[in-house]
Every structure is written in structure tokens, then in C-alpha cells.
Design a protein around this ligand. Structure first.
Ligand SMILES: Cc1cc2nc3c(=O)[nH]c(=O)nc-3n(C[C@H](O)[C@H](O)[C@H](O)COP(=O)(O)OP(=O)(O)OC[C@H]3O[C@@H](n4cnc5c(N)ncnc54)[C@H](O)[C@@H]3O)c2cc1C
Length: 380
């Protein structure tokens, strides 16, 4: 009998597993693909700030980033390559947006960049010191040390009185950390849409002093000498692709691979000349996002039963969240989008404090916010 069973062993599942285990709980984790077999094993993994005027979203990103950098440096310093990031203005982030924020930066003009490396193209940008890359697989493995791991493809959940039964396993609580995969219970108010992406590792004789980001990111040279370049962003009709497998095995990528690698290499070439370039590895994955781009954590509300009980929610009646109908002892941590390793440690901390000490979850990342929004718009 476990206290917690976590389904999905990516950044979300590993971070919450780590904290619950640390709090003395008996924790098991399950994944059909192994550790970091989904989007998490694919990530660059760049940890960069989000500049711009303060708003709730970049506030969460930057708070999470600060927390994550400290957390990874304490937990597994060998995995952190903290060299900073140069942000080069583009259509989404013009110079005003890059300058006008609370994050400290240094402006590098093209001459200064060329003094650092003759390989820089004619670019300028804003350098943010508080940025790093990590090794996602190493981090995930470290986070789940001491948890029991089962490689299984879970098809459904059975709840019997006070516990869940999954084949030979019993548990009091379940946390779904499934990324883009079809959820094991229905909570249609949390509509996950996948954003597919491809990234590469290359070998190059060029020395890259820090990460460079425009529309794509190039990492500083990693310890093994390779450089990460990523990633492409592509939505496609989810009805055509059922996310029950990894992107490596997904038909969607078969014809696209060459084209996407070329896109990355061309965009990288606009920033810095990479000499003696060789692509050594390709990674493909799908980011789980919702419309607002916020991650989501908390108890899973039973949408249908809650609306049957309180149909007036649809007309805007305010029913307190504790009166809604919930699936018993069932939580989610998902929709980490393009920043799974930035958000992971911080939102897992919030979720663990909620589960263990009943601390409130900020409304913008709560399941309740999505529930009320969907119900009031009578969307489903
Ligand atoms: C190309 C690319 C580049 C990226 N780069 C970065 C980056 O630089 N920095 C950054 O912070 N983030 C980056 N991300 C985003 C980051 O990878 C994700 O946000 C993060 O990995 C999501 O973690 P997760 O645990 O929610 O999902 P996942 O890592 O996808 O984990 C979900 C797991 O659940 C398992 N699962 C689901 N259902 C079941 C079931 N029924 N039974 C058993 N197992 C199940 C899956 O097999 C999967 O392993 C990138 C993503 C992509 C695709």
C-alpha cells in the first residue's frame, strides 16, 4: 500500500515524487516509457527568464526560474551549466520589451559580441546572467531516488472505498502527471493541446560562451562538448494523432524531421557561425499546454457531477470550491508547456504544501479556475 502513486515520470511527476518522498511518504511512480520518456527527456533544457513588463505569467515564470536554479544547484550541481543567456530581439521581443523589466541585464552591441567571439554574426542583444541549462534525464533520475518505479501502461483507475487499485498496486492517493497523454479520468475543463517540437545536439569546434536565444535557443558548450539547439514549435490537429505513444514513434514526425533540422540549423546560423558542425542526436516531443500557458495543479474536480449538483454554476452562481464534486484523492500536475524544468520544482512545492499542509494554491494555477471558467461559459 502506497501513500502516493504518481503516473508520469517526467519533470512534473519527478518533482512532486521527490517532495512527497522527502516528507516521509511511501511513493511509487509509473510510466509506460521509463524515466523521462516523454517531453522531459527531449528538453534542451534551457532555464531562461521571461523579460517584459510585469504580468501574472512572467511573474510566475521568473519566480519559478529563481527557485529552480537554486533547487537544481543544491540537488545536483554537476547537472547545471549556468552561463547566462543572450536574448536577441525579434518580433515578439523587441528592444523595449527586453529592456523594460525588473530583471537585470547588460546590453551587448555587435562589437562587444565580436570581441567575445569572432563567430558571432551581426547581432546585438541583452544578456541575463540568471540562466542555465541542465541535463533533464540526470535531474529526473536524481529526483526519484528512493521511490519504487513500475514500467506500466495504465489504462484505467479503480477506486475501492478508501484506496485505488492498479493491478497489484494499492494506493491512497494518485497524482496524474501525464503530459500530453489522454488523461485517465475525465476533466474536460483542462483541455491540453500538444505543441510538438524537435531539437538537436550538435558537435562543433566553435566555443559558445553562453546560451543565445532568438526564435530558437543555442546552448553554451556542454560538458561532453556538444551544443543543444532547439526547438521547433508546431501545432497539428490532435484528432489526427492520438497521444498514447512517444513522439519518436509518432507518424507525424516521419516526413518532417529533415525539414525541422534544417530550420533549426538555419536559425542558428543567423546568430553564430558553428564551425565543423555535425548533428549527433535528434529529439522529438510534445509540450502539454493550455490556452493561458499557465501550468495547472490541484485536486481533480468531477465536471459532470459538479454541474449535475449545481446547474446554476452555468449562470454564474458562486458555489464555493469545497462544495464541488471531486474524484477522491486524485490530483493533477500538468500543462508545464515549454518551461517544464523552470516550473517543475516551484509548482511541485506549491502542490506538496497543499496536499500535506492544506496551503492554498494560487488561483491562476488551480484546477478550480479552469473549472469555473469552462462551466460559466457553458462550453461543455
Ligand atoms: C522539443 C522540446 C524542447 C523543450 N525544451 C525545454 C527547455 O529548454 N526548457 C524547459 O524548461 N522545458 C522545455 N520543454 C518542455 C518540457 O520538456 C516539458 O514542459 C516537460 O517535460 C513536461 O513534463 P511533464 O512531466 O509534464 O510531461 P512528460 O515529460 O511528457 O511526462 C509525462 C509522462 O507520462 C507518461 N504517461 C502518460 N500517461 C500514462 C499512462 N496512462 N500510463 C503510464 N505512463 C503514462 C508518459 O509516458 C510520459 O513519460 C521542451 C519540450 C520539447 C518538446
Amino acid at each position: 500500500m502506497y501513500d502516493f502513486l504518481i503516473i508520469g515520470v517526467g519533470s512534473a511527476g519527478c518533482n512532486i515524487a521527490y517532495l512527497l518522498k522527502k516528507a516521509g511518504k511511501k511513493v511509487a511512480i509509473i510510466d509506460r516509457e521509463g524515466v523521462a520518456g516523454g517531453a522531459s527527456g527531449v528538453a534542451g533544457a534551457f532555464l531562461s527568464p521571461l523579460p517584459g513588463k510585469k504580468n501574472p505569467y512572467n511573474n510566475l515564470v521568473n519566480k519559478s526560474l529563481e527557485y529552480a536554479l537554486d533547487f537544481y544547484q543544491n540537488l545536483i550541481p554537476s547537472s547545471v551549466n549556468k552561463k547566462g543567456v543572450l536574448r536577441v530581439p525579434n518580433d515578439n521581443f523587441n528592444k523595449d520589451k527586453l529592456k523594460d523589466n525588473d530583471i537585470e541585464y547588460v546590453y551587448f552591441d555587435d562589437k562587444r559580441l565580436k570581441n567575445i567571439s569572432k563567430n558571432f554574426k551581426d547581432i546585438d542583444g541583452y544578456f541575463y546572467e540568471n540562466a542555465a541549462t541542465i541535463d533533464p534525464l540526470e535531474v529526473c533520475k536524481r529526483l526519484i531516488e528512493g521511490c519504487d518505479f513500475y514500467q506500466k501502461d495504465i489504462k484505467n483507475l479503480t477506486y475501492k472505498k478508501d484506496f485505488y487499485e492498479i493491478e497489484e498496486l494499492k494506493t491512497k492517493n494518485i497524482i496524474l502527471a501525464q503530459g500530453v497523454s489522454s488523461p485517465l479520468v475525465e476533466y474536460p475543463y483542462m483541455k491540453i493541446s500538444p505543441i510538438f517540437g524537435l531539437r538537436i545536439d550538435v558537435k562543433t569546434s566553435t566555443n559558445i560562451p553562453f546560451s543565445i536565444h532568438k526564435s530558437i535557443s543555442i546552448s553554451a558548450n556542454k560538458k561532453d562538448g556538444t551544443v543543444a539547439i532547439g526547438a521547433t514549435h508546431e501545432r497539428h490537429d490532435t484528432s489526427l494523432v492520438e497521444c498514447t505513444t512517444t513522439c519518436e514513434k509518432c507518424k507525424f514526425y516521419i516526413d518532417k524531421e529533415k525539414e525541422q533540422i534544417n530550420t533549426l540549423l538555419n536559425q542558428a546560423d543567423e546568430l553564430i557561425k558553428l564551425e565543423n558542425l555535425e548533428v549527433v542526436k535528434t529529439y522529438k516531443g510534445a509540450r502539454a499546454t493550455i490556452k493561458s500557458y499557465f501550468p495547472v495543479i490541484g485536486e481533480i474536480i468531477n465536471y459532470k457531477k459538479s454541474l449535475e449538483k449545481y446547474p446554476s454554476i452555468k449562470n454564474g452562481t458562486k458555489i464555493p470550491q469545497n462544495l464541488l464534486e471531486y474524484y477522491p484523492n486524485l490530483y493533477t500536475i500538468n500543462a508545464l508547456g515549454s518551461r517544464g524544468f523552470v516550473f517543475g520544482p516551484y509548482i511541485a512545492k506549491i502542490l506538496s504544501e497543499h496536499i500535506l499542509n492544506n496551503k492554498e494554491i494560487p488561483v491562476e494555477i488551480s484546477t478550480q479556475k479552469l473549472f469555473y471558467k469552462t462551466a460559466r461559459k457553458c462550453k461543455l
